[in-house]
Design a protein around this ligand. Structure first.
Ligand SMILES: Cc1ncc(COP(=O)(O)O)c(C=O)c1O
Length: 402
């Protein structure tokens, strides 16, 4: 197979040389946690070393410029202001801090996509239980994407939030986030976008998408450190969302009966944080920006569509990705062997994938009657040769399942 554009072969070779993990594993688990590039690891290690040399607080003071760079890099990626970004420990808490911050009431309706991630839906169930608000699932089109006309038809003055998963955990589907944003804007309803799997895969302009809030993680397609993430909140909404948890960083204790909450998005943060990770996150975001998210997305889509085509030619294998626009995530099942065994067989050959089980996306898995799936997710540093090798490994495992 030839290498797809827009990166020259020599550029991919350089990117792989900058990614030590590619020497050890065939990594198709980028939707789990991508292999970080050297500069990201170096930035973290440097910071941890400084913590050990001069002290954690002192090292943080020294890293202030790098931390500011992290806010700036994320703001550049999203086309927003630095004051609209909170640095978080993962995507789930980012989503939670926004979601639980809304004063939902008894008659409110929360509209949520069928591809919702379990953690988000569980939080919505808890809020519905506590407040009496109703959760309504937005219908999907034949392709499995969120049905924008169906959403429009559901809208009324009781809708208190639209929550969309941009790219679900269980497949290559890319939901039409900007079309949903247009509906949210028309109705002036807050729109919370889970961009956990899309951040780092594709351009994400918050203004163009029209989301009020956006949550993402560092370790997946952004190739950042584990234990990092971020939340974007539109400036116009920050003052209307009360963080469900506060500490002395998010707020200032001003008197025996009073406190002031920070005016910007840092109201959603905590004092204690993984500083080395946040520094590394900024380096990772910059790395993606320097390569260009349009170019990254084009290559990912090319690689993933060849992988899907090759998988569909393997005897007994069914590819399950929904949607007409698809990204770097591919999911499949095989008649011969269940997903966990395929994952284990591949792991024994230094090939990394993950599995996606129905409870992680219960509504979608039920609607499409999905079994537990193997999730093979490519990144731009993967190659057509790796796809060939992957198919060879998989075929060998399925031929001799013992
Ligand atoms: C679509 C989606 N949303 C949210 C999350 C949660 O991200 P985190 O583990 O960083 O909290 C995931 C994780 O796999 C995900 O796939």
């Amino acid at each position: 197979m030839t290498d797809p554009s827009p990166f020259a072969e020599s550029e991919i070779a350089d990117l792989r040389a900058d990614t030590p993990g590619t020497e050890h594993v065939l990594h198709f688990n980028n939707a789990g946690a991508a292999l970080p590039p050297k500069p990201v690891v170096d930035a973290q290690v440097r910071h941890i070393r400084r913590e050990s040399e001069i002290g954690g607080y002192e090292a943080k003071d020294e890293a202030e410029g790098q931390l500011q760079h992290t806010y700036q890099a994320i703001a550049t990626m999203l086309g927003c202001e630095t004051g609209e970004i909170a640095l978080m420990q993962n995507a789930t808490r980012a989503w939670d801090m926004a979601f639980y911050g809304f004063p939902f009431e008894h008659d409110d309706r929360i509209l949520i996509s069928r591809s919702a991630y379990a953690s988000n839906y569980i939080a919505a169930l808890q809020v519905a239980e506590r407040t009496g608000a109703t959760i309504d699932v937005i219908p999907s089109t034949q392709s499995g994407a969120v049905d924008v006309e169906g959403l429009e038809a559901m809208m009324d003055e009781r809708v208190a939030m639209i929550a969309l998963t941009h790219v679900p955990t269980n497949g290559g589907l890319v939901n039409p986030a900007a079309e949903v944003g247009a509906v949210a804007r028309r109705w002036e309803v807050p729109y919370l976008l889970d961009a956990c799997q899309s951040a780092g895969q594709m351009p994400l302009d918050a203004e163009r998408i029209g989301c009020t809030m956006l949550s993402a993680t560092g370790r997946k397609y952004l190739r950042g450190p584990r234990g990092t993430g971020f939340l974007y909140v539109d400036d116009a909404w920050i003052g209307r969302i009360t963080p469900p948890l506060l500490d002395l960083h998010a707020a200032t204790w001003t008197g025996p009966d009073s406190y002031d909450i920070r005016p910007d998005a840092t109201r959603f943060e905590t004092f204690e944080t993984y500083v080395g990770g946040m520094v590394g996150l900024g380096v990772a975001v910059q790395y993606a920006l320097d390569l260009g998210l349009d170019a990254i997305y084009a290559r990912l889509q090319d690689l993933a569509s060849s992988l899907r085509r090759r998988l569909s030619e393997v005897n007994g294998v069914t590819v399950h990705d929904a949607g007409s626009e698809r990204c770097g995530i591919t999911t499949f099942s095989a008649e011969q062997l269940d997903a966990e065994d395929i994952k284990a067989g591949l792991r024994a050959r230094d090939v990394n994938v993950s599995v996606s089980s129905p409870p992680s996306t219960l509504l979608d898995a039920t609607a499409r009657n999905l079994p537990t799936l193997v999730r093979a997710s490519v990144h731009y540093y993967n190659t057509p040769d790796e796809i060939d090798a992957f198919i060879d490994h998989l075929t060998a495992i399925l031929r001799d399942p013992s």
